[in-house]
Structures are given as structure tokens and as C-alpha cells.
Design a binder for this molecule. Structure first.
Ligand code: NAP
Length: 315
């Protein structure tokens, strides 16, 4: 059977890396008898010009434009994927807070629609979710594991949790992969936790970073590789993919600048240590949504490195 891997949100920060990882897997799976592994198709809402930067060669993936709010069904019928990694989302917390119905439509209703199609057509389905389904309570020592009870504090977290539940109801064999704060190469777009800091510093600003907000960050290309590896797993239900280090946003910012060659003192001088209560971020922010990824680590070959190793790979 011809295999086709559809990655939604392929123009996004994570999606572009998932496409690159899927292309690498497809090329690695090629044999003399069947030179091509799965066809990789990246869905973009608008221009896909930036997304292919991580693909080598660019033409190794196909690109298709579609708005998932109006044309998810049409996209699926055009592509007829045998496997899907669903990355597209309304991912900015402030935008979700300003428009809860819009957040629910993209983050819950669309995933449910895709999962129902996958269930009906026997396609593998990986749904990308977030650590922000937690937050009502701080993470325990070692982080939240897959059995921990979610409790979001924002519309973003609530809509993503609704999406998880809708996906698993429509397709119990789907995998819901919860990711932490992602950092790494955004192709000069200032996306993600590290490039956003670097962009601000380059503009001459001093980023305000929280000293009382903790995450277990993961380098984005490693997240992409792990998601693609999950395609070959029979892994129904929730899985946590995260790095091993629990760091504050401020400590993470210092590490980002140190990875660019600054001393610790120089890095700290570029940043403004800030408490959550001092800054209105447009949405309630959880304090500590650290994830425990030990189950994934035990099962996957993909690396889920800590902050210093991950940053060293990027810079
Ligand atoms: N970044 C993180 O730190 C992080 C952490 C945990 C979980 N996640 C999850 O990872 C996934 C990807 O996040 P990201 O950071 O890559 O977000 P992103 O950079 O904002 O990308 C979101 C993608 O969704 C697409 N999209 C938005 N609305 C759409 C619509 N109506 N139809 C079709 N496509 C649409 C965007 O297309 P346009 O380019 O056209 O806007 C973009 O490709 C999300 O599920 C998010 O919840 C991210």
C-alpha cells in the first residue's frame, strides 16, 4: 500500500521540523525495491516558503495549502494520508484567551474531525498537545506523568485538553503527545523559546523572563523526530515528550545566551528577572507544568536531551 504522511501546521515552528524528520525517515526507509518511503505532505494555511528550509532536499516533501477551519475534509480527501501528525493549532495563549470559541474550533473541533477521519480510514493519528493542560496545581517532584490529572488555567490549556479528549473519543488508538516549552531553530522567524529571546536581544531589548515559572524544555528538532518515531508505535493514549531539566524561564534565557558565547554575568545583564505577577501576559500562566517523560524515554530511540546539550546542537 502506498503510504502518505500528512503533517498539519507545516509552516509552524514545530511543524516544519516534523516535516524534516518525516522526510529523513522516508529517505531512510527507501530500499532498492521501493526507492521511496512514505510520501510526505506538509499542510500550510498560506505560503509554505519558509517551512521547507529544514527539508533536504526541499522537493523531498510536497506542500498543500488548506485552511483547516473551512476545508479539513477537503484536505483529507485530496491527500488521503495513511498517517497524520497534527501540529496545527491556535498556539498563542493570549489569542486563545481573547477568542475562546475560536480556540475551541481549531484546538478541539478540528482535531476531532481529523481523528474521526483517521478512525474511519484506518490511518495512524498523532495529535500534538501541550504541558499547559496542567497548571491548576504545581508539578510534583519529577514532573507530571501521563497518569496525572490535568487542570488547565488558560483558554489555551482548556481548548487543548478538550482537543485531547475529543481525539481519543473519536479514535481510541490515537496517540496524544504532550510537549513542553520548545526551543531551537525557527529559520530566523523569532519563534520558540530561544529564538524569541535572541530576536529581542538583537533589537536591543532586555527580555523580561520569569523567575517563578518552570518548564522542562525540549529542542524542537528532537520533538519532531520523536513524533515521527511515534508513527511506527502502537501507542494509544497520552505520552509525554519533554527534556529532563526543570528550569525557570529566566534560567533558560541565561542558558540560551551562554550558548551564544556570553559569560553567565554577561547573559544575566541582558535579561530582566521578572515575577509572573509583575507582567500581564494576556492570559493566566501556569507556574510549574514540568513533564515527566520517562515512559517515552524508555520506549523511543529518539533523544530527548537536556537544555545544555539541546542548545549546543542549535548554536
Ligand atoms: N511552541 C511550543 O513551545 C509548544 C509547546 C507545547 C505544545 N505545542 C503545540 O505544538 C503545536 C505546534 O505549535 P507551534 O509552536 O509550532 O505553533 P505555530 O508556530 O503557531 O504553528 C501553528 C501552525 O498552525 C497553523 N494554523 C493556524 N490556524 C490554522 C488554520 N485555520 N488552518 C490551518 N492551519 C492553521 C499555522 O499556520 P500559519 O503559519 O498560516 O499561521 C501554523 O502552521 C501546537 O499543537 C501547540 O499546541 C507547542
Amino acid at each position: 500500500m502506498e503510504r502518505t504522511t500528512l503533517i498539519t501546521g507545516a509552516s509552524g515552528f514545530l511543524g516544519a521540523h516534523v516535516v524534516a524528520a518525516a522526510v529523513a525517515r522516508s529517505q531512510a526507509e527507501g530500499t532498492l525495491a521501493e526507492p521511496l518511503g512514505p510520501l510526505v505532505v506538509g499542510q500550510c494555511r498560506g505560503s509554505a516558503l519558509l517551512a521547507p528550509r529544514f527539508c533536504s532536499p526541499r522537493e523531498a516533501a510536497q506542500w498543500i495549502e488548506a485552511d483547516l477551519l473551512s476545508d479539513a475534509g477537503g484536505l483529507l480527501e485530496r491527500v488521503r494520508p495513511t498517517e497524520i501528525v497534527h501540529c496545527a493549532a491556535l498556539s498563542r495563549a493570549a489569542a486563545c484567551e481573547a477568542d475562546p470559541p475560536g480556540a475551541n474550533a481549531l484546538n478541539a473541533e478540528v482535531p476531532a474531525q481529523l481523528a474521526a477521519w483517521a478512525q474511519e480510514h484506518g490511518a495512524r493519528f498523532i495529535h500534538v498537545s501541550t504541558d499547559q493542560v496542567f497548571g491548576a496545581e504545581d508539578a510534583p517532584d519529577g514532573g507530571f506523568d501521563e497518569d496525572s490529572s490535568p487542570g488547565p488555567v488558560s483558554e489555551y490549556g482548556r481548548s487543548k485538553l478538550a482537543g485531547e479528549r475529543a481525539v481519543l473519543e473519536a479514535m481510541p488508538s490515537a496517540t496524544v503527545a504532550r510537549l513542553p516549552l520548545l526551543y531551537g531553530n525557527s529559520a530566523g522567524r523569532g519563534l520558540g523559546a530561544s529564538d524569541s529571546i535572541l530576536e529581542q536581544v538583537e533589537r536591543g531589548e532586555r527580555p523580561r523572563l520569569f523567575v517563578d515559572e518552570w518548564r522542562t524544555p525540549l529542542e524542537v528538532s528532537c520533538a519532531g523526530a520523536a513524533l515521527v518515531e511515534l508513527l511506527d508505535f502502537d501507542a494509544p493514549g497520552v505520552v509525554h515528550l519533554a527534556g529532563p531539566d526543570r528550569v525557570s524561564r529566566h534560567r533558560f534565557g541565561v542558558a540560551v545566551l551562554q550558548s551564544m558565547g556570553l559569560s553567565r554575568d554577561e547573559a544575566e545583564a541582558e535579561l530582566v528577572p521578572t515575577h509572573q505577577a509583575e507582567l500581564d501576559a494576556g492570559a493566566p500562566r501556569p507556574r510549574d507544568v514540568s513533564l515527566n517523560a520517562s515512559r517515552a524515554l524508555a520506549a523511543l530511540a529518539s533523544d530527548l536531551p537536556g537544555v545544555s546539550v539541546g542548545l549546543a546542537r542549535v548554536h
